[in-house]
Design a protein around this ligand. Structure first.
Ligand code: AMP
Length: 189
């Protein structure tokens, strides 16, 4: 299996680039943020459990997130592979993902980190707020999400760097040019 993690702070373009990658490579896209939003809109018990945290810009606890992710992987046996988008966001999630994939005789192939500076991120999320009305894109919640990223999520990078699986791609500029850089990484495997 080919398993890629698309990594980056809020607003880095993970969603946009994931869509282009799944179109080209026929991989299954798993976005934990999309899964949570789906649970919230369907008012499932999981949705009710996590909606306040997400609206506030905080990370959902690892145990809940890992269980949901594993369930989603299990729904797709026999696939060519996955693009994980927005997961892992903590080192504990990264370690759990390694253990889980290993139990299936698989592993993470590569982690592609989209590099975007904070000024550009804030600008992009302000634009996205106009289009999607995500409650967690409002300024104070966004600040919380950026804090969560720098407090917890950024530590996932050295975790994968130590495994020699990390590739950084400049995430600023033309969407298709960024995509071409991502493809160069994917095409190595
Ligand atoms: P996203 O759409 O990836 O920006 O995710 C939206 C929100 O869902 C995040 O701000 C978190 O509250 C929650 N979330 C998504 N993925 C994770 C994760 N891997 N771990 C914890 N919380 C997550």
């Amino acid at each position: 299996m080919l398993n890629f993690v698309l990594f980056g702070p809020p607003g880095a373009g993970k969603g946009t680039q994931s869509q282009k990658l799944i179109d080209r490579y026929q991989l299954i896209h798993i976005s934990t943020g999309d899964l949570f939003r789906d649970h919230i809109s369907k008012q499932t018990s999981l949705g009710k459990q996590v909606s306040a945290l997400i609206a506030d810009g905080q990370l959902v606890p690892d145990a809940i997130t890992i269980a949901m992710l594993e369930e989603e992987v299990e729904k797709n046996p026999g696939t060519k592979g996955f693009i994980f988008d927005g997961f892992p966001r903590t080192v504990a999630q990264a370690a759990a993902l390694d253990t889980f994939l290993e139990s299936k005789g698989s592993a993470i192939t590569a982690v592609i980190a989209l590099d975007v500076d904070q000024e550009e991120l804030t600008k992009r999320i302000a634009e996205r707020q106009k289009l999607t009305n995500r409650v967690d894109d409002q300024a104070d919640k966004l600040q919380k999400r950026i804090e969560e990223y720098f407090n917890k999520t950024i530590h996932v990078l050295p975790y994968y760097e130590a495994q020699h699986k990390l590739s950084k791609v400049n995430g600023i500029g033309d969407i298709d040019a960024i995509f071409a850089e991502l493809c160069k990484v994917v095409d190595q495997f």
